[in-house]
Design a protein around this ligand. Structure first.
Ligand code: NDP
Length: 253
């Protein structure tokens, strides 16, 4: 699918690009020709990504990365990121808000306050702050695209998944409001449920599981990357990666 995706000349921010789904989404977008602004705290992971993008460029001539080591809980840092992108490119074409934390799998009554607050700070507050920082830049693109990672947990809300499920439900509510605010603009904004994927977060959530039964994050990234296409028409929906379908919300009565 991605082979037909052409993102030449387009600038993309990908958060959580040091490993897991974000790492492979950054690679996919770069392979399609985008300049990827790769954000995470782990410099080693970002450098590995940069090496892979450079190696791919040597073959295909496509893709570039700028590395931004940043803790997304640093709100002022997130604000500065938007300013720096404006100064360098004067616009942003693609936002992939992928960074997230699980917190802990535990009965709600046993969750430590600092763990709950961290989940909300990274998954919800930092996502909002990032949206606030780049919304004006996405509006300056001829086809701004936002891809915001959610989870099936937002809807299944299973026992012991409370803090994470609540954070992802909040993320989806923000996506819907933001999409509604911008529905008459060229901007297209969607949430994504990647489904269970072979990453560090999944291993933390379900430690007894054999990771080999899960799809590799590169496979999931290939399904999600087309949401960055200027040709995309959908907005305000959830893209369900396992079924490769958009799920529609029930409209209010
Ligand atoms: P990983 O734990 O493998 O990767 C998480 C990424 O987020 C890392 O790059 C990490 O970088 C970054 N990150 C975490 N906290 C911060 C922070 N404070 N500042 C900057 N970056 C941060 O997770 P996955 O790849 O599995 O998950 C990606 C997204 O997909 C998440 O939003 C997750 O909720 C969602 N998801 C995943 C599923 C799965 O089965 N894997 C299922 C459903 C949803 P670093 O530590 O270097 O800062």
């Amino acid at each position: 699918m991605t082979s037909s995706l052409n993102l030449s000349g387009r600038v993309a921010v990908v958060t959580g690009a040091s490993r897991g789904i974000g790492y492979f989404l950054a690679k996919e977008l770069a392979a399609a020709g985008a300049h990827v602004v790769a954000v995470a705290r782990t410099i080693g992971g970002l450098e590995e990504l940069d090496d892979e993008i450079k190696a791919e460029k040597a073959i295909s001539g496509k893709g570039e990365a700028t590395l931004v080591p940043l803790d997304l809980a640093d709100g002022a840092g997130v604000d500065r990121l938007g300013g720096a992108i404006h100064e360098r490119w004067g616009k942003l074409d693609i936002l992939v808000a992928n960074a997230g934390v699980l917190g802990v799998i535990s009965p709600l009554g046993h969750v430590e306050a600092k763990v709950f607050e961290k989940v909300m700070a990274v998954n919800v507050t930092a996502t909002w702050r990032l949206i606030r920082s780049v919304d004006p830049l996405l509006r300056l693109s001829d086809a701004g695209r936002a891809i915001v990672l959610s989870s099936g947990a937002a809807h299944s809300a299973k026992a012991f998944w409370g803090p994470y499920a609540a954070s992802k439900a909040a993320v989806e509510a923000m996506v819907r409001s933001w999409a509604d605010e911008t529905k008459n603009l060229p901007l297209r904004i969607n949430a994504v449920n990647p489904g269970a994927t072979r990453t560090a977060m999944r291993a933390q959530a379900v430690p007894g599981e054999d990771p080999q039964i899960l799809p590799h994050p590169s496979e999931i990234a290939r399904k999600i990357a087309p949401l960055a296409s200027p040709a995309l028409t959908e907005t305000g929906l959830i893209f369900d990666a396992p079924s490769e379908r958009f799920l529609r919300y029930r409209l209010p009565e």
